[in-house]
Design a protein around this ligand. Structure first.
Ligand code: OXD
Ligand code: MN
Length: 592
């Protein structure tokens, strides 16, 4: 019966005329030798994996210790996002803003057409229909990625909800979907562009197979295009994890945190409470992206548009992130890690095992640098996470009690502070600064402004985006409180002052206690800071001096910081929201 019913189902290619027409036009341009419509099934995953194994593009890992796990090695010139080759192609340059590279859409389409012409001649064209967010949620949005990379398809099947249901949703929506066209081309860095056309809800990506450049549901759709779409529809698409914190009384509050790439979002989303905080439980809703919608009740509700994690591997171990460590022991796709003699994946930060083959497949030689690439990644289903929240699938999302911004800064920013209100909180988010990491090509460890951790991901002018944040806040009668954290402060000897990881729960607890009026704070020029006695320090191994340093505001450093913020905002000229400049003036006044 089931088989007969399956035979009677409409073929995927006939479900949405809008998708079928687009696929036809791409077929004419790229000239593939075959077309494959993806249904996201286990059988399809097995088949694609088998094919990549036969072609030598995947290596099976030790089947006893890492069942169902594989390793992919990318081209050594294609290991991270390429921000300098990523463009927002809005009709007006000012709409893209000083925060984006811009190209005229007509010129960009012409350039990309030349690259895509005939590029799939010896290849199969895969049509990947996907839904970002729970399939039955009104907050979710759909897209279709066309790609010539089976590795990309495998990743998309893990990271998004791929298949028939997405196409049915697109058809029911009258054919509205985000169009993402991708080809790995020749993986030539000279012929590599990641173009976004927010006004057309479309993406064109050529010449890279790396996650953020190639899995178009993730950064390209769920952040750059969705941030634009969210502005027109009255919501926010953010580079945030979503975590549920259950206190010993059994009450759960959800917190959304925006930190730049490779600054610990996955670790915080999967945090394990320290032994000295019995009764606390932590549940992961998402580790990278949150779509935030004002609800009819005046609260802010969040869904995670993704269904998997594309996480940074190095540093993952049972002490730093036991949940991630356990998650990636089966059915995981590793990219650019090293191998041990018995074919286990290996990376820097593991205290066991020894690398014998490096991420490029060469015999390991420390003279060549790290064994695993610093931006090596795991792709794995979110459902494998022992802390996976069952509310991740809730169609209405989860209500957010607090929003946290943060950066990686060895100095200036204290461990935590609270914004006075939403408007001040938007300024706090807009002035986030952080040291650059290996997640993007370029120099590492340089402090740059990374507002709301969205510098590489906002699909339009930041000034308009901050105004949109202010507008969304004005609609909320029960707005989340807004915080800033910095887990990365160092002392004069360059040692971290704060232990981080599980201990970060103490800081989150202070925030939740603030939300319920239970915790104290001291007013400072930059916002409200806990006094040392406001933080639960039972069982914490941090000296009183270190805690004092972590919870202090240096007026000289902050005057410099405020001047730097002002100089940064000046780049946005007349579009800069007056309310934010007013907030900044308030801080300058209090520091004077
Ligand atoms: C990511 C990133 O891959 O932010 O999540 O680069
Ligand atoms: Mn990210």
């Amino acid at each position: 019966m089931a088989t007969a019913a399956a035979h009677m189902q409409t073929p995927l290619s006939q479900l949405s005329p809008a998708v079928a027409q687009w696929v036809d036009s791409v077929r004419a341009l790229t000239q593939p030798r075959a077309i494959h419509w993806c249904d996201g099934s286990d059988a399809e995953q097995r088949e694609l994996t088998g094919q990549l194994l036969r072609d030598g593009e995947l290596t099976a890992l030790n089947p006893e210790l890492f069942p169902g796990c594989h390793l992919a090695r990318s081209n050594p010139s294609d290991v991270a996002r390429v921000e300098h080759l990523t463009y927002i192609c809005s009709r007006s340059k000012d709409d893209a803003g000083p925060n984006n590279n811009w190209m005229d859409p007509t010129q960009a389409h012409a350039k990309m057409r030349d690259l895509f012409r005939g590029c799939m001649r010896e290849r199969t064209l895969y049509v990947v229909p996907y839904c970002m967010g729970p399939i039955n949620s009104p907050l979710s949005r759909c897209g279709v990625e066309i790609t010539d990379s089976p590795y990309v398809v495998l990743n998309m099947i893990i990271m998004t909800r791929v298949g028939r249901a997405a196409l049915e949703r697109i058809a029911a929506d009258g054919g509205k979907f985000v169009r993402g066209l991708h080809s790995i081309g020749e993986l030539d860095p000279e012929r590599r562009f990641i173009m976004h056309f927010p006004e057309e809800l479309s993406i064109e990506s050529f010449g890279s197979g790396y996650g953020g450049n190639a899995l178009l549901g993730k950064k390209c759709h769920a952040l750059r295009i969705a941030s634009y779409q969210a502005r027109t529809e009255g919501w926010l698409a953010e580079h945030m994890l979503i975590v549920g914190l259950q206190n010993p009384k059994g009450e759960t509050h959800y917190v959304a945190c925006a930190f730049p790439s490779a600054c610990g979002k996955t670790n915080l989303a999967m945090l394990i409470p320290p032994n000295s905080m019995p009764g606390w439980k932590v549940f992961t809703v998402g580790d990278d992206i949150a779509w935030l919608h004002p609800g009819a009740d005046g609260r802010l509700w969040a869904i995670n548009p993704e269904s998997g994690y594309f996480g940074v591997v190095p540093g993952t171990n049972p002490e730093t992130n036991k949940n991630a460590y356990d998650t990636i022991r089966r059915d995981t796709l590793f990219t650019n890690v090293a191998l041990t003699a018995d074919n286990q994946p290996w990376w820097e930060g593991l205290s066991t095992g020894k690398p014998v083959v490096d991420w490029q497949g060469r015999p390991y030689d420390p003279a060549n640098g790290p064994a695993a690439h610093p931006n090596s990644r795991f792709t794995v289903s979110a459902k494998r996470n022992p802390a996976y929240s069952p509310h991740s699938e809730d169609a209405k999302g989860v209500p957010i009690s607090a929003i946290v911004f943060g950066g990686r800064r060895r100095e200036v920013a204290p461990l935590v502070y609270e914004a006075r209100d939403w408007k001040h909180g938007v300024l706090v988010g807009a002035s986030v600064a952080s040291e650059t990491t290996a997640a993007a090509v370029g120099q590492q460890g340089v402090v740059r402004r990374d507002p709301m951790a969205m510098l590489p991901f906002c699909g339009y002018n930041f000034a308009d985006y901050w105004q949109h944040w202010l507008n969304v806040g004005a609609k909320l009668t029960q707005a989340p409180r807004i915080y800033h954290v910095n887990w990365f402060r160092r002392d004069a000897q360059n040692k971290f002052l704060w232990p981080g990881y599980g201990e970060n729960l103490r800081v989150l607890k202070w925030m939740l206690d603030r939300c319920s009026g239970k915790a104290g704070a001291a007013e400072t020029a930059i916002g409200r800071l806990p006094r040392p006695e406001d933080i639960d320090t039972q069982g914490l191994k941090v000296s009183a001096d270190a805690l004092k340093a972590l919870l202090s505001v240096d007026p000289t450093a902050w005057k410099k910081e405020a001047a730097d913020m002002r100089a940064y905002f000046e780049k946005y000229g007349a579009r800069m929201p007056a309310q934010l400049l007013q907030e900044l003036k308030g801080i300058e006044g209090r520091l004077a």
